[in-house]
Ligand binder design. Structure first.
Ligand code: ADP
Ligand code: GLC
Length: 486
């Protein structure tokens, strides 16, 4: 089949979170299944054109937006065998960051991603490559199905094109004032609860959910959770109304990028059968964070957006216990200023036990996965989560809250049977997390059992192949609906 995957970030070109990892890896797995896959993303300043050898393919693509026509240029690169198109428009995308400046979201985000969404459709016309399915991701692409089913409803070339809309995080909805309608070249007739209106605002995630043929989220558990008030962020009703079209497909991980046996970012390679290299990675990580190089302390780690979703306030609250646990803690992350402050305060108190890197650093994230003993993910909600799976691959034991994809991927270790791949707890308090940390550190002091737990994790297989087949089944279902053929 022809599949066009549109996303606002794609690894290795531009990344702020897990969406980029998924958009960079799933297309390769689909290509392996024999599909004709293409990927489209904006050409941000962050995209290194020289490194990725981008070539110009079209210097003038007219795109209607905000009541006028803006011109996009198209560039081309690839991820392995998969062609990747970059939509260039310097006014919109040649900026410091992807979505926000220091003082908040870019004020023209609705227009920037309306332009991107419409450009995806216009470029498929211009290149005469209309896919069977547009695979759209998150609010930034929510207008692709909207245009297909409204503005472009009569366009013959799009008649058979279907849309799968993937929700990676219901907490980010692309909410804008009613003026976003004009920015998106849409009429008031869509501004109602059955359309893209949401409590007086324009909601681009909802637009995607309403107009797509099928919807999915990135784990089975999260696809159920979001139909409840607790996890629905106000959209549970819309999701329940489409329950028959709503699926859950667990993300895979890209073992080309995340594999302790061939990772070029880490100090030493290792495997299930030969864990010696992991000790070298641990020492290297302790050095990188200026912590005492001790092999015997449990080294706890976090790599995360610093946001309330991720339960980082709970982590900050447990840090005073590090001396008692005789543990070390390292964190790589960036986000809420209050959380930056909370972690800085903890470091000021326990400098020999706590290391911080408040920034974004892909190389360091690999060193942490390789060198840490335990990885903390006490998320309040987690659509899928990738780091618990990366951790498993590197023999780093995940300690997670039982929610979403964390629930689906982590089974508590049972010393009696030797089964299980991590630690899991239910509460949303620092005490609940701390109790679990105590249990984990106690097990760490029983090396034989700990090694069993590490190896159980390393034996897990979360490769994309299985998930790609599940996506394939959804694409086929969509194509059958669109063409009326079973
Ligand atoms: P989310 O997409 O909600 O942030 P995921 O667990 O799906 O969570 O994916 C996060 C991805 O972003 C992982 O690849 C993780 O390693 C990476 N990441 C998060 N914060 C940082 C950071 N500060 N530096 C480098 N990589 C980061
Ligand atoms: C989102 C979610 C995360 C998920 C990622 C990729 O950012 O927060 O749980 O793993 O998307 O699907």
């Amino acid at each position: 089949m022809r599949i066009l995957l549109a996303a606002s970030e794609v690894a290795p070109f531009a990344k702020t979170g897990g969406l980029a990892d998924v958009a960079g890896a799933l297309p390769k797995a689909l290509a392996k299944l024999g599909h004709d896959v293409r990927v489209v993303l904006p050409r941000y300043r962050m995209v290194d054109a020289a490194k990725h050898r981008l070539r110009p393919v079209l210097d003038s693509l007219p795109v209607p937006v905000a009541g006028r026509t803006e011109i996009a240029a198209l560039w081309q690169g690839e991820i392995g065998p998969v062609p990747v198109s970059f939509v260039q428009h310097d006014g919109y995308y040649n900026r410091e960051a992807l979505y926000q400046a220091k003082d908040g979201d870019y004020p023209d985000n609705a227009e920037r991603f309306a332009f991107f969404s419409r450009a995806v459709l216009e470029l498929s016309r211009a290149l005469e490559w209309i896919p069977d399915v547009y695979h759209c991701n998150d609010w930034q692409t929510g207008l692709i199905p909207t245009y297909l089913r409204t503005t472009l409803q009569g366009a013959r070339e799009f008649q058979a094109a279907g849309v799968l809309f993937t929700i990676h995080n219901l907490g980010y909805q692309g909410l804008f004032g009613p003026e976003a309608l004009a920015a998106a070249n849409l009429g008031n007739e869509l501004f109602n609860p059955f359309g893209i209106e949401f409590y007086g605002k324009v909601n681009l995630l909802k637009a995607g959910m309403v107009f797509a043929d099928l919807i999915n989220t990135v784990s089975r558990k999260y696809s159920q959770e979001i139909q409840t008030e607790e996890f629905g962020h106000g959209l549970e009703g819309v999701l329940r109304a489409r329950a028959k079209d709503l699926h859950g497909i667990l993300n895979g991980i890209d073992y080309d990028e995340w594999h302790p046996g061939r990772d070029s970012f880490i100090a030493a390679r290792f495997s299930q059968d030969d864990l010696a290299g992991k000790a070298a990675c641990k020492a290297d990580l302790q050095r990188a964070f200026g912590l005492p190089e001790r092999a015997d302390v449990p080294l706890l780690a976090v790599i995360s957006r610093l946001a309330s979703q991720k339960g980082m306030d709970l982590v900050a609250e447990t840090l005073d216990a590090m001396p008692d646990l005789d543990a070390q803690f390292v964190l790589l992350g960036t986000g809420d200023a209050a959380l930056h402050q909370a972690f800085e305060t903890a470091r000021a108190r326990h400098g020999s036990r706590i290391g911080l890197m408040l920034g974004f650093d892909v190389g360091l994230s690999h060193k942490i996965e390789a060198g840490a003993d335990m990885f903390l993910m006490p998320s309040r909600y987690e659509p899928c989560g990738l780091n618990q799976m990366y951790s498993l691959a590197y023999g780093t034991v995940p300690i997670v809250r039982a929610t979403g994809g964390l629930e689906d991927t982590i089974q508590p270790f049972d010393p009696a049977t030797g089964e299980g791949n991590g630690f899991k707890f239910a509460g949303t308090t620092a005490e609940a997390l701390l109790d679990t940390l105590r249990a984990a550190v106690a097990l760490y002091r029983r090396p034989e059992e700990w090694r069993r737990l590490m190896r159980n994790g390393m034996a897990c297989d979360f490769s994309w192949d299985r998930s790609a087949r599940e996506y394939e089944a959804l694409y086929q279902q969509i194509a059958a609906r669109r063409t009326g053929k079973p």
